[in-house]
Design a protein. Structure first.
Length: 287
């Protein structure tokens, strides 16, 4: 069932689980993620990254992901990931994304607040949720212009309190696109943020965080984890292993069946790591 972000994050904030948000890059891995969530009875978020939007028209992405969500037996949110231009965010709302992220993290605080407030007003009128970022989560590669800046508690309080956003991404030592878990999380800083705000928090760069730290983070007010690299690694691993066993294969559908199985298994592992107990009923949701 298709839901917005607020619907599935609200039950997670004060529970011992968080919701997985997977960056997907096509029909196959998106379907594998939904299959993983369905097998576990868990809510899930399908995210369209900037890289996907450069490859595939955003209106096509919206139709593809919404159709998967509408057919799913579990709550599925269709999310627009990091977007810096207001017009692009507004268009995604019009196209039917049920969650959007306006990323004003590279802007001065006042501009970040003003832009987020505008997005909230526009999106909430369409029952679409809004995520924003305070501080700046750096990238290990591919985004050299993105600064490294830990979240200031006072800034977090202002962004949350002055905009009406539904979720807030924070920078507490997490790093985008690390290919192995080496991030050092500042749990003391996170604790101060959790004590100061009531909105659900978001961690980007999950793949670069050690499993034990992910599990610990999931027991805080962090209700959403963005996951990309480990899923892409699983896709590549499944593709190499499948073709290694069957070098003669050339049929895309036959090849992708094996790959989707590998991606599905990794998605299930991450959903469990975030604290979702297998066999649990999903929170009630309205489409």
């Amino acid at each position: 069932m298709l839901v917005n972000l607020a619907t599935i994050l609200s039950p997670a904030v004060d529970s011992h689980y968080s919701v997985a948000c997977f960056n997907v890059f096509g029909w196959e891995d998106a379907m594998a993620v939904v299959d993983a969530a369905a097998q576990l009875g868990a809510p899930v978020i399908l995210a369209a990254t900037l890289d996907l939007r450069k490859f595939m028209p955003v209106d096509v992405i919206a139709v593809m992901l919404r159709s998967l969500a509408q057919r799913a037996p579990v709550p599925v949110c269709v999310h627009l990931d990091h977007t810096y231009e207001l017009d692009e965010v507004f268009r995604a709302v019009d196209l039917g994304f049920t969650s959007v992220m306006f990323d004003g993290s590279q802007l001065p605080l006042e501009q970040n607040i003003a832009g987020t407030r505008r997005v909230v007003q526009y999106a909430h009128a369409a029952a679409c949720s809004v995520e924003a970022e305070i501080g700046s989560v750096p990238y290990a590669e591919g985004r050299a212009h993105i600064k490294t800046e830990l979240t200031e508690v006072g800034d977090a309080v202002r962004l949350a309190g002055e905009t009406g956003l539904d979720a807030m991404a924070v920078s507490v030592g997490n790093v985008h696109r690390l290919t192995s878990p080496s991030a050092v999380i500042d749990f003391a800083l996170l604790g101060r943020i959790c004590a100061a705000v009531t909105v659900p928090l978001v961690i980007h760069g999950t793949s670069g965080i050690r499993d034990q730290d992910i599990a610990r983070l999931a027991r805080t007010r962090v209700a959403k984890f963005n996951i990309g690299t480990v899923l892409r690694q699983a896709f590549g691993r499944g593709l190499r292993e499948g073709l290694g066993r069957h070098a003669e294969r050339f049929d895309r559908l036959e090849i992708m069946r094996d790959v989707m199985s590998t991606v599905c298994c990794e998605a299930m592992r991450m959903i469990r790591l975030l604290g979702w107990p297998e066999g649990s009923a999903t929170p009630s949701a309205q489409s």
